[in-house]
Design a protein around this ligand. Structure first.
Ligand SMILES: [Zn+2]
Length: 447
């Protein structure tokens, strides 16, 4: 079975529900860029796909960065004079500034306020704050709760540790016929946030799982990494292998009800950029395409000038463009199975373009071949048949060795699947010859 056949057999609604279930299971865990929350999350993913985890020790230089101390947290609270937990890590891990240094002391309201973060515009929401590279401590709480604090003494406790350890990331590699790779990367370092972080993880896991069961031209690599430092670490450890990456997508924010958005790679006209654009144009749904900018997720690292990899960012509503972003409102109500499933199907459609984007040579380039005598002309009535015929004419005309099937689909305005079907028929009738592509040595040995 190939990707196209696979897409037709899937129960997409059921997959959306399963993707959501994984998001819900990962939701309570306090993840960060290092530590046991991240490891525990990757262990859950191992039930779906046999990913490998890699540890890079604290202090290891990775390009211009250094692997930080490992952060772990067991408990945290603010107690009032009556000994009541008025802010409790056990209720929401967003209450603690991620990477807070340990602290346990009594403070005045004035001192406490210097360590509190709220969202006055959304007084019921808890903000998400981090302090990875500056050692400090802090709490996040709703603005309404903040306003209710009185001139008291408060006991603050953050039972965390910042110690030498390592940075963890997960990687799953699926070999294909070719060594050339398609890369999927998602950040896995946020605590209880659903769209930003967990939706991308879930999408990557389910893509990896279904791709494991199909015939693949490309090899696939899935990365579950902490944002920024994780991608920089992975790039540093794998620098000699990067030329194998032919296409890539960073997955993030793929579960909200907004339209699909694609941020192009730095190259702007890479095959992945054109494949995503083509799929979105033919999706019969609203979508947005953005040019590359050096701000966002890990495409910033993959597309840094020293690598300039063909990696775009596939999402729905971009980071920072929804008020729930980096707040407690990016919760299990904010992502929906339908959007997760829709993002999944669109990714499969993109992959089916990439997997099948071959270049052919017309074997009868002098004038049009006589399709009628081969039973290929006007054999099917109605507008459907006419479009099939048109697709064949486009494929024949542009298969001069310089146009891939995606080029032909883009130029003709006909959806890729139809162009591919036309090419298959013409190939069967020996009117096309495939341009040779390199094949992995191990695969040749097994054929
Ligand atoms: Zn984020």
């Amino acid at each position: 079975m190939n990707v196209v056949e696979l897409r037709a057999t899937l129960d997409v609604e059921a997959i959306g529900r399963e993707m959501y279930t994984l998001v819900a299971e990962l939701y309570p865990i306090c993840r960060s860029i290092t530590g046991n929350g991240l490891r525990q999350s990757l262990d859950i993913l191992k039930r779906y796909i046999p990913l490998q985890t890699y540890e890079t020790p604290t202090g290891t230089p990775v390009f211009d960065w250094t692997i930080p101390k490992e952060w772990n947290i067991r408990d945290a609270y603010i107690k009032n004079l009556r000994g009541e937990r008025i802010v409790d890590f056990r209720a929401s891990n967003l209450h603690v500034v991620n990477y807070s240094a340990p602290v346990k002391k009594w403070v005045s309201l004035g001192e406490l306020k210097e360590h509190l973060f709220t969202l006055p515009d959304h007084p019921d929401w808890i903000p998400y704050r981090t302090s990875y590279y500056k050692e400090t401590w802090g709490f996040c709480l709703s603005h309404n709760q903040f306003l209710s604090l009185t001139e008291d003494e408060y006991e603050v406790c953050i039972d965390s540790s910042l110690e030498d350890g390592s940075l963890t990331y997960g990687e799953y590699y699926l070999p294909g016929q070719q060594d050339d790779e398609i890369l999927f990367s998602c950040h896995s370092c946020h605590p209880s946030l659903c769209n930003d972080n967990l939706s991308g993880i879930s999408l990557a896991v389910f893509l990896a799982r279904v791709l494991g069961s199909v015939r693949r031209r490309y090899s696939y690599r899935f990365l579950f990494i902490p944002g920024t430092i994780g991608s920089i670490t992975w790039l540093c450890r794998n620098e000699s292998q990067l030329s194998k990456i032919k296409h890539g997508l960073v997955l993030a924010n793929v579960g909200d009800v907004g339209r699909s958005t694609y941020k192009k790679s730095r190259r702007g006209d890479a095959e992945i950029d054109r494949a995503v654009l083509h799929v979105l144009q033919h999706s019969e749904m609203d979508y947005e395409v953005m040019e590359f900018s050096p701000y966002g997720y890990d495409e910033r690292q993959f597309c840094s000038p020293g690598f300039n990899l063909p990696v775009g960012n596939f999402m729905r509503t971009p980071h920072g463009c929804f008020p729930e972003y980096h707040t407690s409102a990016d919760n299990l109500d904010f992502v929906v199975p339908f959007s997760l499933a829709d993002s999944f199907v669109k990714c499969l459609s993109i992959l089916s373009v990439l997997e099948n984007n071959l270049t052919y040579l017309n074997q009868n380039p002098k004038g049009e071949p006589q399709l009628g005598k081969r039973g290929l002309y006007r054999t099917i009535g109605g507008p459907e048949g006419k479009q099939d015929e048109l697709a064949m004419l486009w494929v024949l005309n542009l298969s001069d060795g310089n146009h891939s099937l995606l080029d032909i689909a883009t130029r003709s305005g006909i959806y890729f699947d139809k162009i591919k079907k036309a090419a298959d028929i013409l190939y069967k009738h020996t009117l096309l010859e495939e341009q040779s592509v390199p094949t992995a040595s191990w695969w040749k040995g097994t054929q």
